[in-house]
Ligand binder design. Structure first.
Ligand code: KG4
Ligand code: ZN
Length: 336
């Protein structure tokens, strides 16, 4: 089979990204334009601002990705785009750009789920083998997804309230670090100790679901009560205690699920996969308790939102000829 090239586009949140991927595993280019600076002063992503930036950037980013890959439109086998989940206005910019390219160059259009994309980021490093369990942890999602084969996704556990990244960003605000707080809390956590022993929610319960809002409230109350008493708490110990609680629950449930499902591979995915503490804890636990399971952890550059992961996930659909048509729409609440 000749090499198949996919131009992929991702605009579901606050990164405008385009990539050219060969056979779902080789990155020819992966251009990511972050808008973080424009959203930072609002303490979160402002949907309207995100859409406007995508409109301004998308054509330039696609051109740059094509140029960097040294590929012409005639050499493309398909154009893929994130269909959802995400912000509707943001998704629509990517979807409409992809549709225009598919129509103008008469190539197939492939609709990709953003969560599947995060999992397939791992395929840009190692070949995926099934059955596989993925822990998807990002700003909007915390899910344990069981994949019996490359096109089947079963959510066996998910958060009942806040996503892990969302909890990081919320407590980041309390500690006064810039948005998004995850990376900063992670750095602070490595300099502190777990002295506060925050609650580990739903640890003993017979479910793979998660809950982070109780932990977040407990954190906020601790800081608030100290402030009222005029006490100064150690920010690094607070960060370390929060991180220890998040990681313990994520790792415990993931290891339990991987054992029960008897998987070949365990794949970490999503923006929070960049967390140093989580990466280290999973590596240690898998080595100790699941020596026969291969642990996949994406490089930092592929943890956050990017189009390369969308191109990797799209390859399965190209092989199966599962194409979208020009009526494709953005679907904000799309499930995996
Ligand atoms: O996957 P992503 O780029 O966007 C979504 O699809 O949500 O994830 C962004 C999330 C943010 O909440 C951010 O704070 C978090 O990932 N994050 C981290 C770290 N780096 C990014 N959380 C904890 N530790 C990190 N090192
Ligand atoms: Zn994401």
């Amino acid at each position: 089979m000749s090499k198949k090239r996919i131009l992929a586009i991702e605009t579901s949140c606050d990164e405008t990204s385009a990539a050219v991927i060969e056979n779902g595993e080789t990155i020819l280019s992966n251009v990511v334009a972050s808008q973080i600076k424009s959203h930072q002063r609002f303490g979160g992503v402002v949907p309207e601002i995100a859409s406007r930036h995508h409109v301004e950037q998308i054509t330039l980013i696609i051109e740059e990705a094509m140029k960097e890959a040294h590929v012409t439109y005639e050499e493309l086998d398909a154009v893929a785009v994130t269909e959802g989940p995400g912000l509707v206005g943001a998704l629509l910019i990517g979807v409409n750009s992809a549709k225009a390219i598919a129509f103008a160059h008469d190539i197939p259009l492939i609709a990709v789920n953003h969560i599947a994309g995060h999992i397939f980021a791992n395929q840009l490093v190692s070949r995926l083998e099934f059955p596989l369990l993925s822990l998807v942890v990002s700003g909007g999602h915390t899910e344990l997804i069981y994949m019996e084969k490359e096109d089947s996704f079963e959510i066996i556990g998910e958060t009942r309230d806040d996503a892990a990244g969302e909890a990081y960003d919320k407590i980041g605000r309390v500690l006064g670090v810039p948005y998004p707080g995850g990376k900063h809390i992670d750095e602070m956590a490595h300099k502190g100790e777990d002295t506060f022993h925050f609650p580990r929610a739903m640890m003993q319960e017979d479910t793979y679901d998660f809950s982070f809002s109780g932990l977040k409230s407990s954190f906020i109350n601790t800081v608030h009560n100290a402030k009222q008493k005029g006490e100064e708490l150690d920010s690094e110990d607070l960060a370390a205690s929060f991180q220890a609680a998040v990681i313990e629950v994520l790792v415990d449930k993931t290891i339990r699920a991987a054992k029960e499902k008897n998987v070949k591979q365990l794949a970490l995915a999503g923006g929070v996969a960049a967390n140093k503490g989580l990466r280290e804890a999973l590596e240690t636990k898998v080595a100790e308790e699941l020596p026969d399971v291969e642990l996949l952890i994406p490089p930092l550059s592929l943890c956050g939102d990017n189009a390369a992961m969308i191109g990797a996930a799209a390859f399965t659909k190209l092989k199966n000829e599962q194409f979208a048509n020009l009526a494709l729409n953005g679907t904000p609440g799309l499930s995996v």
